[in-house]
Design a protein around this ligand. Structure first.
Ligand code: SIN
Length: 218
């Protein structure tokens, strides 16, 4: 008897717009670059563990509803069999994030209904916007947690987006480009690069800030 591959294999799509893009860390059977419309991506979620500590929280990405905004990411299809394990794993990893459903469009125009992790104001690690972009950049430059530095998270995100999304489709939104610019400029100015920052004590960063005449955070 001839075995026929079923046309649509049941599974759940998970759309990642942050670290899930380059480190999904779960089993999936299909992967598509996809666009979420009507949301903007900002570094407004605090991280007390993976990219920071309670004393020096890191800043990681979340999305917020915003007319005319768009967020590129990657959608992963998880089989029904692998879903329970994946959900348990992600619930632990995405602390503070709620799960919601939304439609995302693939590069070929296919519309996929996906689950998305979103960190809202009500979770205790939420940080929200800062007075200026420079303040957000400062938080990112100083934080480090169990998974590495916050700078590596930001650079990992922009690198992954540029890898997955064609350049003419605007892989990184304006906020992300500005943030990357501010962080890279500061690293260059302090003559630090990401590797060095991993072993740099806060004192060094603080000293660099003083040399630059950067005002203290409020
Ligand atoms: C995501 O990647 O979709 C959620 C945010 C993160 O884990 O960085």
């Amino acid at each position: 008897m001839e075995l026929v591959e079923p046309k649509s294999r049941p599974g759940t799509w998970i759309f990642g717009y942050g670290s899930l893009i380059w480190r999904p860390d779960f089993e999936y059977d299909r992967k598509e670059t996809a666009l979420l419309r009507g949301y903007g991506r900002y570094f407004w979620q605090g991280s007390w563990s993976s990219r920071g500590t309670k004393e020096q929280p890191g800043r990681v990405a979340t999305i917020t509803e915003e007319e005319d905004a768009e967020v590129w990411g990657v959608a992963f299809r998880v089989s029904r069999k692998a879903m329970e394990k994946t959900k348990t794993r992600l619930a632990k990893r995405e602390t503070g994030y709620d799960l919601m459903r939304c439609d995302v469009s693939t590069l070929s125009g296919e519309v996929i209904c996906a689950e998305v992790y979103i960190a809202r104001q009500r979770n205790e690690q939420y940080m929200g916007p800062t007075r200026t972009l420079q303040h957000t950049a400062n938080d990112i430059l100083q934080a480090r947690g169990k998974s590495g530095s916050c700078v590596d998270y930001l650079i990992g995100l922009v690198t992954a987006l540029r890898h997955h999304v064609p350049a003419n489709r605007n892989p990184c939104d304006g906020h992300l480009v500005q943030l990357e610019g501010a962080v890279r400029w500061r690293l260059d100015t302090l003559a630090l690069h990401s590797d060095r920052l991993l072993t740099t004590s806060q004192v060094d960063v603080q000293k660099g800030k003083q040399e630059l005449g950067v005002e203290a955070e409020d």
